[in-house]
Design a protein around this ligand. Structure first.
Ligand code: BES
Ligand code: MN
Ligand code: ZN
Length: 495
């Protein structure tokens, strides 16, 4: 894929696919010459209401411009779009461009910018959308089925003075898009390929290509640390567990620590899951994949902050030596847990990872986990469940969710829910019954973070899609990169 910014007037552009913005009831400004060159067909389509009024609605047509038949995608951006609106328009346009058949010598996205949106943000949004929509996961197919027609993207600007800002935005969008697609690749990779060892290798490779220090702890190291809970989950699998840490030092001050759940396959263990859609439990490492995707973006963006990643990864399998309901585990924190269901394994690996995270003297800890089916019942596949023990942190994360359209919704962490975790035999049980299942999982985790600013993101409903569109979404990489970018901007201001 080739990406660039150009100053070519739209009517002189030689691309075979043109993406043109429609702002409300008219073709965006600066396109009248192109429209004339096409015999007025573009403005006629817009006037006839073919494009639709909803941002992201599209009309696709072909027009002969300058003696060459071209595909033209008209996309409604709204009159004065905010970032989220513009994003939906850019995504729809990029999706349509990628779905094209036949030859196309580069796709030119000529999306206009509303007054509310600066050129840098617009270019970033376009680039990210193009990278996202051009994504295919076909390395396991003998013959790829749907090849993306987005072979190149060129963003047109009208003023020379805009070139630099547009280029900066383009670079940002590419960094985030590539981070997101890395997360999708890891998520989509099957469980027999994407094992804990594979995730560790991916982290090490990332560390080599960027300024990140990567460490991989083995079972013996975890034994010494007293991670009795994490190791219990891993016990029934022949795949060795790994605790991966990544350290990125881009600035001063205490780090943000991102903790990822990396169950590379969740069979449920002895409390075996039903067979329906069990294949989708290969996605139970999407929290870990999110951490790696964020690091990929972070290092490309060279954000001036410190970030640490902690990934707990293993398989959850039934076996003769697997952990069982009734077992009592001693966590690294010293607290004991009675296992009432081996399928509530995510919290059992995360609790030790959260205790371990304290070593990095975090300013903030954020864990990301495909933690509960109950979260999917609560919020569906639209919003990530967000929990936070600090108001400011919650606000910043929700802000980032709003800006990026990578939606999240705040859930409560009230102590009232702790009661459901009572055990007759240990400090707590690992499940709290069906009522409020996502919340009781969150309050379980809260016992392992003490006073540190902490947020928990339950991505069970948002990390992947099921059905015909089955595939990893790369969420919540956009949200987290935006959150970290905002932090970096604040840190830079303080200097
Ligand atoms: N990985 C699952 C959560 C999950 C289930 C995510 C379905 C997405 C779709 C997690 O380990 C799990 O099995 N949780 C149990 C907890 C229960 C036993 C308290 C669940 O949600 O059923
Ligand atoms: Mn489970
Ligand atoms: Zn799980």
């Amino acid at each position: 894929m080739e990406y660039n910014i150009n100053l070519t007037p739209p009517e002189k552009d030689t691309a075979l696919t043109l993406v043109l913005p429609v702002t409300g009831k008219k073709l965006a400004s600066g396109l009248s010459r192109l429209d004339s060159a096409a015999g007025g067909v573009l403005s006629a389509l817009v006037a006839a209401g073919e494009v639709g009024e909803k941002p992201g609605s599209i009309a696709s047509t072909h027009a002969t411009i300058d003696g060459q038949l071209r595909r033209v995608i008209l996309v409604q951006t709204g009159d004065n779009p905010d970032q989220a609106t513009f994003r939906s328009a850019a995504s729809a346009a990029a999706k349509a461009a990628a779905a094209g058949k036949g030859a196309s010598a580069g796709n030119h996205l000529l999306l206009a910018v509303g007054k509310a949106l600066d050129i840098q943000t617009a270019a970033a949004v376009i680039a990210q959308a193009a990278v996202f929509e051009g994504y295919r996961f076909d390395q396991f197919k003998s013959k790829p089925e749907s090849v993306s027609a987005l072979t190149g993207v060129s963003i047109a600007v009208s003023k020379k003075g805009d070139l630099e800002d547009a280029q900066a935005g383009l670079n940002q969008g590419l960094a985030i898009g590539h981070g997101v697609n890395f997360t999708r690749d890891l998520g989509n990779a099957p469980g027999n390929v994407c094992t804990p060892t594979y995730l560790a290798e991916q982290a090490v490779a990332l560390g080599k290509s960027a300024k990140i220090k990567v460490d991989v702890l083995e079972a013996a190291d975890m034994e010494k640390l007293g991670m009795g809970s994490f190791l219990a989950v891993a016990k029934g699998s022949v795949e060795p567990p790994k605790l991966i840490t990544l350290e990125y030092k881009g600035g001063k001050g205490k780090p943000v620590v991102l903790v990822g759940k990396g169950i590379t396959f969740d069979s449920g263990g002895i409390s075996l899951k039903p067979g329906d859609s069990m294949d989708e439990m290969k996605y139970d490492m999407c929290g870990a994949a999110t951490v790696l995707g964020v690091f990929k973006a972070l290092t490309a963006l060279k954000l001036p902050i410190n970030v640490v990643g902690v990934i707990a990864t293993c398989e959850n399998m039934p076996a003769g030596n697997a952990y069982k309901p009734g077992d009592i585990l001693t966590t690294m924190s010293g607290q004991t847990v009675e296992v009432l269901n081996t399928d509530a394994e995510g919290r059992l690996i995360l609790c030790d990872a959260l205790t371990y995270a304290a070593r990095f003297e975090p300013e903030t800890i954020i864990d990301i986990a495909t933690l509960t089916g109950a979260c999917v019942i609560a919020l569906g596949h639209i919003a990530t469940g967000l929990y936070a023990n600090d108001e400011k942190l919650a606000e910043q994360l929700l802000d980032a969710a709003g800006t990026t359209g990578d939606k999240a919704w705040r859930m409560p962490l009230w102590d009232d829910y702790q009661e459901q975790l009572k055990s007759n035999f240990a400090d707590m049980a690992n499940i709290g019954g069906r009522p409020g299942g996502s919340i009781t999982a969150a309050v379980f985790l809260s016992r392992f973070v003490k006073d540190t600013n902490w947020a928990h993101m339950d991505i069970a409903g948002t990390a992947w899609k099921s059905g015909a569109a089955k595939g990893a979404t790369g969420r919540p990489v956009p949200l987290l990169v935006e959150f970290l970018s905002q932090r970096a901007a604040k840190a830079a201001k303080k200097k």
